[in-house]
Design a protein around this ligand. Structure first.
Ligand code: ADP
Ligand code: MG
Ligand code: ZN
Length: 486
């Protein structure tokens, strides 16, 4: 309603759980789903007298993401203690980075709907450890699981450069894609391995000063981040329009009700009394190591997209969809080893394969059709051995069984009929049974042509080569028209 009058300003803080084998400062495993409180040791429990030791992988992963997001890498950085009391944090503090994060001053580029590119600046990426989990919904009491204590995280903080919920979604998508490509985080928002807090304020358009912000938490999907931001932006505008002021507070998104609610104020103690962590030495990163990591970076999404456009002559849209996840891109490249029809492989993956994955809510990694089998299906269509409809049916079926297409086609007798004389017999039979329809067709009801084709397909159980059916049917009807008119 007031969309033209106000502008939203958004800054995102993302926590990415790292795919290291062990925790950030002890040897405990990071494995998910172990029995509660079984995966702990004196260090991550914060027992007095224990000493943390930094996991080198955590630094390597931070540098990887920093390089991929055009950040500067600090060759000397320190850890800090972020103090707060909470039942799932036995130490009473989190080890984090404060004043000098390992990565800073980077950016991520997003592409808006109108094709315009926009840079979202990154203020910092720092390393920290996760807290445990409080479980409120399994017992009358709150239960505590400490397993997650000490699991390494990267916190990625933007400048307030985002102006719409859609931009926030694009940015998040980009970050998720990057961490997956880099293989440093699985990017799963539903399971909480990628979490996003949104800082949001509104201001009159043209105004330079930032408005008072609120912080929205608890959104477990990109869609929910978008919805929560829409809601919160509207809520703030309504308050300002009715003469009120925004209270700086932390809000929780309630996805079920589609509203935000204030967090109980007790949960919002904000004086963390940061100070340098006395138990850890500074993190010193030699330049050679940075260069080594730079060299080891995999091909990143945009490079891969551009290469797909060039190497496989794909339109930008196709290349973008196929490289949206590394696993999907790998699947595509496996397929085109077995066929030269690059564009058909792209079409089949973008339409049929993604449809099946979506219906069954599975990942490409769990898709049972081997790349060489999809390629084989496409080749069979191109060679005229089966038609498109049959191929789709075969794909559907082998995606459940993993069977080879050839054996299924053979077993079910699905080979396409391209024998012209046989097709002609069927066409004649259909036309003989449709005298009245033929008259109506000659009288101008062109649509009946499709009906005739359908009848031929019915009699051949869908196996007739549609191209030949069309040709023969057209020829036969033309012959009849000449007879009628002549
Ligand atoms: P805090 O001290 O509350 O954590 P920070 O200055 O550290 O605030 O910023 C946290 C995040 O909030 C950053 O992503 C930043 O870009 C964003 N941010 C800061 N001020 C505003 C504002 N007025 N409106 C929207 N986002 C903001
Ligand atoms: Mg903050
Ligand atoms: Zn431990």
């Amino acid at each position: 309603m007031f969309a033209d009058k106000y502008e939203a300003v958004i800054g995102l803080e993302i926590h990415a759980q790292l795919l290291t084998n062990s925790k950030a400062f002890c040897g405990c495993s990071t494995k998910f789903g172990l029995p509660p409180n079984s995966n702990v040791c004196p260090i991550c429990l914060g027992m007095p007298g224990t000493l943390p030791v930094l996991n080198k992988k955590v630094v390597e992963f931070a540098i990887k993401l920093g390089l991929a997001t055009h950040c500067k890498i600090r060759t000397y950085s320190i850890f800090a203690r972020k103090n707060y009391f909470y039942p799932d944090l036995p130490k009473g503090y989190q080890i984090s980075q404060y004043e000098e994060p390992i990565c800073y001053d980077g950016y991520v580029e997003i592409e808006l709907k109108n094709g315009e590119k926009k840079k979202i600046r990154l203020r910092r990426i720092h390393m920290e450890e996760d807290a445990g989990k409080s479980i409120h919904d399994q017992d009358v009491d709150t239960l505590i699981d400490i397993n997650r204590c000490g699991v390494p995280l990267l916190e990625i903080v933007t400048e307030p450069d985002i102006n719409t919920p859609q931009e926030a979604a694009l940015y998040l998508t980009k970050i998720r894609q990057l961490v997956q490509y880099l293989d440093i985080c699985d990017g799963n928002m539903e399971e909480g391995s990628l979490r996003c807090d949104a800082n949001v304020s509104v201001r009159l358009k043209g105004e330079k000063k930032l408005g008072t912000k609120t912080e929205v938490k608890n959104m477990n999907s990109i869609k929910n981040v978008e919805k929560a931001l829409e809601y919160e932006i509207n809520r703030q505008i309504q308050i300002l329009e009715s003469g009120g002021t925004i209270v700086q507070e932390t809000l929780l998104w309630d996805a079920g009700a589609g509203v935000v609610r204030p967090m109980r104020s007790k949960e919002e103690a904000h004086d963390y009394r940061y100070f340098p962590e006395p138990d850890l030495v500074p993190v010193v990163v030699p330049e050679e190591w940075i260069n080594e990591i730079k060299k080891s970076l995999p091909e990143l999404p945009e490079e891969k997209r551009d290469r797909f456009m060039k190497q496989y002559k794909l339109p930008k849209y196709d290349a973008e969809v196929l490289t949206s996840s590394k696993a999907l891109a790998d699947y595509y490249e496996q397929c085109v080893k077995y066929t030269d029809d690059y564009k058909s492989v792209s079409n089949w993956i973008m339409v049929e394969v993604l449809k099946i994955l979506n219906e069954r809510q599975i990942d490409i990694a769990d898709f049972k059709v081997k790349p060489e089998h999809l390629a084989r299906l496409i080749n069979l269509v191109n060679e005229g051995k089966i038609n498109q409809t049959t191929a789709k049916m075969v794909l559907e079926e082998i995606s459940e069984t993993g069977e080879e297409p050839d054996s299924l086609i053979e077993r079910k007798g699905l080979l396409q009929i391209s024998d012209e004389s046989f097709i002609e017999e069927v066409v004649v039979k259909v036309l003989e049974g449709n005298k009245e329809n033929i008259e109506r067709y000659f009288a101008g009801k062109d649509k009946l042509f499709g009906y005739f084709v359908g009848e031929v397909m019915k009699l051949t159980k869908g196996k007739a080569n549609p191209k030949i059916v069309n040709e023969v049917l057209r020829r036969k009807l033309e012959e009849m028209r000449v007879k009628v008119n002549g």
